[in-house]
Each structure stands twice: as C-alpha cells, then as structure tokens.
Design a protein around this ligand. Sequence first.
Ligand code: NI
Length: 193
Amino acid sequence: MILPIRAYGDPVLKKMAQDIEPGHPGLKQLIADMFETMYAASGVGLAAPQIGQSIRLFIVDASPFAEDEDGEPTEDAHLKDFKKVFINPYIVEEDGEEWSFEEGCLSIPNIREAVMRQPKIVLQYQDEKFKEHEETFEGFAARVIQHEHDHLDGILFTDHLTPLRRRLLQGKLRDITAGRTEAKYKMRFPPAK
Ligand code: NI
C-alpha cells in the first residue's frame, strides 16, 4: 500500500525516532509499504518518520543508478546490490574530507541544495531479521545513509545549509508546509495553525 509522505513542517520529521525490537507489530508489512511508497515517488531512500512513524527504520534502493537506460553498468555499478533495510542504525564513525552533493528529499519536493558531508561512515545496524551488522560505506552509498539516518534524529538536509541559504528558501518551504507544491506522489501536509 502506498502511504502518504509527510511534508516539511510536520512535527514527526523533527522528532528523535525510537529503537524497535524484534516482533515489532506490523513490521514486515510496513517495510513492504515503505518500498512501494518509495518506488512510487522515484526515491532512493525513505525513513519511517516520513510516513509518520517515529521509529529507527529506513530503507534504500540505489540499484537503478548501477545501470544506464540500456542496462549497461555505469560508474556506480557497485550500487547494484544497494537495496537494503536498516533497523536501529547508528553512525559510529565519519571520516574524510567533506564533499558537496545536491540533495533532495521526498518530504521537501522540488528543492535541491548542495550539502557538505564526510565521504566515509561506519554504521551499526540490524537487518530485517534483526541480525547485527557493522559496515563501512563510502561515496554515494554513505551519502544516502547519512541523509536517511539524519531523518531518524529529526534532522533534514535543509538544517545543514547556511543561515543565508535557508533564509532564501524560507518562502518555498512555507509553501510546502501549506500544501502549495506540485509533488508527483501522495503527500500529507500538517494541519494549518
Ligand atoms: Ni529525506
């Protein structure tokens, strides 16, 4: 089932998400719904708060970046298997010189901004069977994880911008919160104050 994606301004996006335990009710269906929702919105990652659940869970699928339209491997061919579920993830290390990349977010449609992040991370997490992992990710994979991991701590990519950049975006962000936006997927906007 496709779930509506919470828009910028929804309080759930600013909350610290909670760990979950094996046997979390409805988890399997929730993960399936999140993949369906992410694909319907052509996203690369989706965090549970974005569909209104304040739990430490996000999914990614960057495998489309591994092939071009003709099915030939691209320079990101290593992303072929980068379809994953991350439960209770915590970044335990970040390393390297910050690099800039234009990020977007399904909760903030039609805005893309350059965000600086370190290129290498070590992530502790559990998979959908709650098996423990500690894994190193680099480059684009690290970038996607950092963005989604931020969502679990109530941080959006706009929080990484300079105060000036943020001020320039203020009007557009207010429009999104008010529902004045053209997303090509189902969204849910916070009730007007
Ligand atoms: Ni996002």
